[in-house]
Design a binder for this molecule. Structure first.
Ligand code: BDR
Ligand code: CA
Length: 318
């Protein structure tokens, strides 16, 4: 049986790749996409998600728009400036054709609550964006902790920050929501932080190979990731020349081939107060805090396997 999943996104040049991999891989059944404020304002993230699904020939996968602001911080992280990294890496619209597809009428949070209440099969939840929708759904229905069998989150960083020296964007953009989710008590919670995604880099040469596949997914992958590489080369260079992380897609690759990341059990908590450290994922690798393990954390990734999974999947998208 295919593995069912719901993807919570703020699409986004790397969310776009995650959507394509989840929608197209033969072992996965992407039953719904929920969107949230993050890389851009909510309506852009929703429209971009619809563009991706239309472009790869999956218009039947429903998209639900969710929360337009963080849970607590009304003006955080908006306003975005022309110089901030998020704006440059994602822009507003993806480099994909416009779509006539529309989001569903139901709110993403209602969709999550209703779907998990009525689920008869296990549905993995994969949030790769600020955790606002997930925290709001938990507030509406605390039993989601038991109803959601597995959560795989792209977010956080132990040795690496990207939006501040201490914090990764998804957690920083709604730290109170992240606090609620990490402390909710999920039985199976996996965190895929920057430490892993910065090991799973995609190069400019590989981008050309994606383009040469000639399929919609191959071309969209090349356009989105090529853009990311151009920006990373200018303002946040990676260890491998002319390369970029494609963070969110690594969570999906892990559902397909778990060994693409290397996991370690750790207690993880979220800093919501620190003037310099707000949004930090505090990963207690050495067990100094006495808090029980609540999470598996990815510290490493296999870049070649990651690219192979995407290349095989996108080649089949005729
Ligand atoms: C995460 O932040 C967003 O900008 C990306 O889409 C990814 O989910 C990386 O820090
Ligand atoms: Ca994202």
């Amino acid at each position: 049986m295919k593995r069912k999943l719901i993807l919570d996104v703020d699409t986004g040049t790397d969310d776009a790749v995650a959507i394509m991999l989840a929608a197209l891989h033969e072992d996965l059944d992407l039953i719904g996409v929920t969107t949230v404020n993050g890389n851009a304002e909510l309506h852009y993230c929703t429209d971009n998600s619809l563009r991706v699904l239309d472009y790869i020939g999956k218009p039947e996968i429903p998209v639900y728009a969710g929360c337009p602001k963080p849970l607590v911080r009304n003006d955080f992280p908006i306003p975005r400036t022309k110089n901030d990294l998020t704006e440059k890496i994602h822009g507003k619209h993806l480099p994909l054709p416009e779509t006539a597809l529309k989001a569903q009428k139901q709110h993403a949070v209602e969709y999550l609550v209703e779907t998990y209440r009525n689920a008869t099969d296990p549905i993995t939840l994969v949030p790769v964006a600020p955790l606002t929708n997930i925290a709001a759904a938990l507030a509406v229905e605390p039993k989601l902790v038991d109803l959601i069998p597995e959560v795989v989150i792209m977010g956080g960083g132990h040795d690496v920050g990207n939006v501040t020296p201490a914090a990764e964007f998804n957690i920083w953009a709604d730290p109170e929501a992240a606090y609620a989710v990490f402390n909710a008590g999920f039985e199976k919670l996996t965190m895929v932080p920057l430490d892993a995604t910065h090991k799973a880099l995609v190069t400019a040469t590989q981008c050309r190979q994606f383009d040469e596949l000639g399929t919609p997914a191959g071309k969209a992958m090349a356009a989105c990731t090529g853009h990311r590489i151009g920006i990373h080369d200018k303002i946040q260079k990676m260890d491998v020349e002319h390369s970029a992380p494609v963070h969110d897609a690594l969570c999906i690759a892990h559902l397909i081939q778990p060994e693409v990341i290397t996991l370690e059990e750790c207690p993880v908590d979220i800093e919501t107060q620190g003037a310099l450290t707000v949004g930090r994922t505090v990963v207690d690798k050495n067990r100094r805090g006495g808090k029980p393990v609540n999470c598996k954390v990815a510290f490493d990734a296999n870049a070649q396997l990651f690219v192979d999974i995407m290349m095989d999947t996108f080649a089949k998208n005729k």
